[in-house]
Design a protein around this ligand. Structure first.
Ligand code: ZN
Length: 310
């Protein structure tokens, strides 16, 4: 096998400026204690697991931080608090592009925004500045923003991604207590913005058949495996309990991948808020053909993220 065939990218990672940065986001997403998630940890993890590059998704749970700070201090000025959190997120986006520029062989930067809390002008400025600094796409979290992905208030992200023809990674799937981000709510976006590449994170967690429906209908819909193996291949996960379903076997997982399309799926781990090893271990057990494994490990990533370097 040619060496290039073994290349593996992690298309969905959360790398942080320091081991203590954005602790509230990590706590809220259930990150295990002791997880560093900084550059040194990311590089060490890539070297240990044979990963070529990680895609950094700079994400804050800004709405939660905003509400928590106002609740903790009744006299706080909402505009001041909002501006401070916006500045923190802006610095995180800048850190991501700076890191990727300094380490192009290890990292790709995306730009995260919340146009609902900070407004479309702030989001547009972050996006344009980030793309000019080398970012390859955008990150959106409708759940944190508090609305469905097809909500008008998020349209600035879809419009700019469509104009630039770049990917947007957006949380997709069942949630413990809501259906805000189920795949069907992305159909209007996929249909209205054909030039953007819509990456549905987590393979639609529990609603994979609806992701498959979208990939059949729209050429611009993709998915990544972050958070998916841990939930769907284990019967004691919250998702398995919610679905009342047994864990999928590796063969069933492959059937589902083929249903969505192995030309649409990218390997990702949620590194930074999850350990990367379980996803790697699970992926290695799947009875994929060598060609299918290559598509999910690297070929789809190269196409979606326009990542042509070795
Ligand atoms: Zn994530």
């Amino acid at each position: 096998m040619h060496a290039r065939d073994d290349v593996l990218f992690d298309s969905h990672a959360h790398v942080f400026p320091s081991s203590t940065a954005e602790s509230s986001f990590r706590e809220l997403t259930g990150a295990p204690a002791g997880l560093s998630g900084d550059i040194a940890d990311a590089v060490d993890t890539m070297d240990r697991l044979g990963v070529r590059r990680m895609v950094i998704l700079p994400l804050l749970h800004a709405r939660h931080d905003f509400d928590a700070r106002l609740a903790a201090n009744e006299s706080a000025d909402p505009d001041t608090v909002r501006a401070e959190i916006a500045e923190r997120w802006s610095a995180y986006n800048t850190w991501a592009t700076t890191t990727a520029t300094a380490n192009p062989d290890r990292f790709i930067a995306m730009i995260g925004t919340d146009p609902v809390l900070f407004g479309p002008d702030w989001a547009a400025a972050q996006i344009e500045r980030g793309l000019a600094a080398g970012a390859k796409g955008l990150k959106l979290m409708p759940w944190f923003a508090g609305c469905r992905p097809d909500d008008e208030r998020l349209s600035v992200v879809w419009e700019l991604a469509d104009r630039h023809g770049i990917p947007v990674v957006s949380m997709c799937g069942m949630l413990p207590t809501s259906d805000l981000t189920q795949p069907d709510h992305y159909e209007a976006v996929a249909s209205a913005y054909p030039r953007l590449k819509l990456v549905l994170a987590h393979l639609g967690l529990g609603a994979e058949d609806r992701v498959a429906r979208l990939t059949r209908l729209y050429d611009n819909v993709f998915a990544d495996t972050s958070a998916w193996f841990e939930q769907r291949l284990h019967s004691d996960s919250w998702l398995s309990r919610k679905l009342g379903a047994a864990a999928l076997t590796p063969a069933q997982a492959v059937d589902l991948f083929r249903d969505i399309g192995v030309d649409r799926i990218m390997f990702g781990t949620n590194f930074g808020i999850r350990r990367a090893e379980p996803a790697h271990d699970a992926f290695s057990t799947l009875p994929l053909t060598p060609s299918e494994r290559r598509q999910i490990s690297s070929e789809n990533h190269r196409r979606v993220y326009d990542d042509r370097s070795d």
